[in-house]
Design a protein around this ligand. Structure first.
Ligand code: NAD
Length: 591
């Protein structure tokens, strides 16, 4: 098959344009680079030469390849040169009028067959196309920065774009070694549409002082495996850019969750645009530097000394309880594993033994360490045996009545001064606390699944939790090699409150037929470096569990945008709960 678009013009050779020009030339195509004037053309050429020299130094390309590539790129000014191109990619600054002018001019200059693509992030491709007499040959090609490492390209069709043109553009992207995903013309397309709402909520969370910037960032890195925390990412993207994208999204959606958090506007007005200006949410060594100089390193530290913890009781016999027992035992704590019956407790201990056995097989621990850890765990069938422990963590069923009953029981049994912790993900910690006569001793310790592997613990203090109880848990987390983050007692804590609205947005995007399951998953993995796409994650977490958390969030914040997507409810009603039932957003039926 003939390679699509043998000659490509790139208009605007800034951050994106220069990267796109190099990627296209690398594919063996001729590139006509066009800048605004002679000076900027000279600077652009220098930028391309420098970037490709850097690529040689990093051994991404050879010196020979660089010479060939540079020979295929011409850089000049004046749009007339675009007349020879089969495809023109516009990468001028993000201003609608400027882009419309460029397109109107290109439309006059280029033959009818030439395809015109815009690199816009948040402007309407349709409105740009309307500046031409060939809207069927206009589309968006949204590359990601830096172009040489980011594999994703969103191919944006308007209602007028000819299907063949979009197909050719996707084939072109593939030929550059990129992964195209199809998107419609909506502010943010797939990736930014999902990413920026989340970043905005993180900014709002910080602004309301619900948690510190370090804790918000650490929570999302460690709790979800994201490559960067949201506030650090906002600094990287540019606070001004993020605000512009959110404005455009809000303009179209009228969803308050897209209305830029006031803090973004304040930072922009103050000239604190992120890394590029040396300060945004964090302060950097110098403008353009990636080294934050004022970020607190390490996990949250307590202000007051904590209570002494020598022995621990864990209530429950499920996945979380067993995992939490493993965490404490491995760190050398004596643990009483308390279940509703001795038989259940012994089964849970057997489960723990198997888990430790796997660690030995994988070379993560020695047989002696395994035996030592197991030796510290005593299964008990009655909560009465927890009387002397210094801390109890409960991980029983996620049901408020069950938990309240347990806390009332513990209140009668456990010695005064012991810390009582719940690992609930979605229930109010204060409702557990109020079932006792000592709410000051009750706190949330939200572990993540699998507890032995996941480093994060959300430490949730209620309005009544005593400061030395918070301190106890923060210190204990450090001793069991977990990274604690501190937050208040509201729905979703940090991680789920930021994660589930994003997952819900993805479901809504699917439900609206805006993009497919595969395209959305691919886009988030390649565009944001996420370890899993939203639908992969929903299928793993369980659609029923996700729905419950989304309902709790909606109930707490009453934001219309947080209402669970009907498609999620339908799938749950149909029994499609994800991997555990063999079917969720994807079919996992065993072949
Ligand atoms: N920077 C990113 O992370 C990123 C990522 C994806 C998409 N985008 C989008 O890509 C586009 C380009 O952004 P950028 O970050 O590369 O901007 P930039 O400011 O780095 O580069 C724009 C270039 O266009 C040139 N230019 C201005 N007017 C021109 C004209 N009339 N004719 C020819 N050239 C002209 C400028 O001299 C400059 O070199 C924007 O639409 C932006 O939203 C940016």
């Amino acid at each position: 098959m003939e390679r699509p678009f043998p000659t490509v013009a790139v208009v605007g050779l800034g951050t994106m344009g220069a990267g796109v020009a190099v990627a296209v030339a690398k594919s063996g195509r001729r590139v006509i680079g066009i800048e605004a004037n002679e000076d900027s053309a000279a600077r652009a050429l220098a930028r391309i030469e420098e970037a490709t020299a850097h690529a040689v130094a990093r051994e991404r390309i050879t010196a020979e390849e660089r010479a060939g590539l540079l020979a295929r790129i011409s850089v000049g000014h004046g749009l007339a040169a675009a007349a020879e191109a089969d495809l023109v990619i516009e990468e001028v600054p993000e201003q609608l009028e400027l882009k419309r002018e460029v397109f109107a001019e290109l439309d006059r200059i280029c033959p009818e067959s030439t395809v015109l693509a815009t690199g816009t992030t948040a402007l309407s491709v349709t409105r740009i196309a309307a500046a031409t007499a060939r809207p069927e040959r206009v589309l968006g090609l949204h590359f990601f920065n830096p172009v040489h490492t980011m594999k994703l390209v969103e191919v944006v069709r308007t209602v007028l774009t000819a299907p063949q043109v979009a197909e050719d553009a996707a084939a072109f992207a593939r030929d550059l070694g990129k992964e195209p995903v199809a998107a419609g013309d909506r502010a943010g397309f797939v990736v930014n549409g999902l990413l920026f709402a989340y970043l905005n909520q993180a900014a709002a969370m910080y602004e309301s002082r619900y948690a510190t910037r370090e804790d918000i960032d650490a929570a999302m890195r460690l709790g979800c495996g994201l490559p960067m925390g949201p506030l650090a990412l906002l600094d990287l993207i540019g606070v001004d850019t993020a605000r512009t994208v959110l404005e455009a999204m809000y303009e179209q959606s009228r969803d308050r969750l897209h209305a830029p958090a006031p803090i973004l506007g304040q930072l922009v007005s103050a000239g604190l645009l992120g890394r590029k200006s040396g300060r945004g949410f964090y302060t950097y060594e110098a403008p353009g530097s990636s080294r934050a100089v004022d970020a607190a390193t390490g996990p949250a530290r307590a202000q007051v000394p904590g209570r002494e913890v020598r022995s621990v009781g864990v209530c429950g016999s499920g996945t979380m309880a067993t995992g939490i027992v493993e965490v404490f035992a491995k760190a050398g704590y004596r643990v009483l594993l308390a279940a509703r019956s001795l038989e259940k407790a012994e089964k849970a201990k057997a489960q723990l033994a198997r888990s430790l056995e796997r660690s030995v097989a994988k070379g993560r621990m020695t047989a002696e360490q395994r035996d030592a850890a197991l030796g510290l765990v005593t299964p008990v069938g009655q909560y009465a045996e927890l009387a002397e422990v210094d801390l109890v963590v409960e991980a029983v069923a996620e049901n408020l009545e069950v938990k309240r009953e347990l806390f009332a029981t513990l209140d009668k049994i456990v010695k005064p001064g012991a810390v009582l912790a719940t690992t609930t993900s979605s229930l109010p910690v204060i409702s557990c606390a109020s079932a006792t006569s000592r709410p000051q001793d009750v706190i949330g310790m939200h572990f993540f699944n699998p507890a032995p592997a996941m480093k994060l613990v959300e430490v949730v203090s209620t309005v009544l939790t005593a400061p030395d109880v918070t301190a106890t848990v923060l210190e204990l987390c450090a001793k069991v090699r977990k990274h604690p983050v501190e937050c208040g007692d509201r729905a979703g804590f940090i991680v789920n409150a930021l994660l589930f609205p994003y997952l819900n947005d993805a479901v809504r995007m699917l439900q609206e037929h805006y993009a497919t399951v595969d395209d959305i998953d691919t886009a988030m993995k390649l565009g944001c470096g996420y370890p899993m796409g939203p639908f992969e994650l929903l299928d793993v977490v369980g659609l029923d569990v996700s729905l419950t958390i989304e309902k709790v969030l909606h109930q707490e914040f009453r934001e219309p945008g947080l209402a669970a997507a009907p498609l999620l409810e339908h799938l749950v009603a149909a029994g499609c709960l994800g991997r555990k039932t063999g079917r969720g957003f994807r079919d996992h039926a065993r072949r």
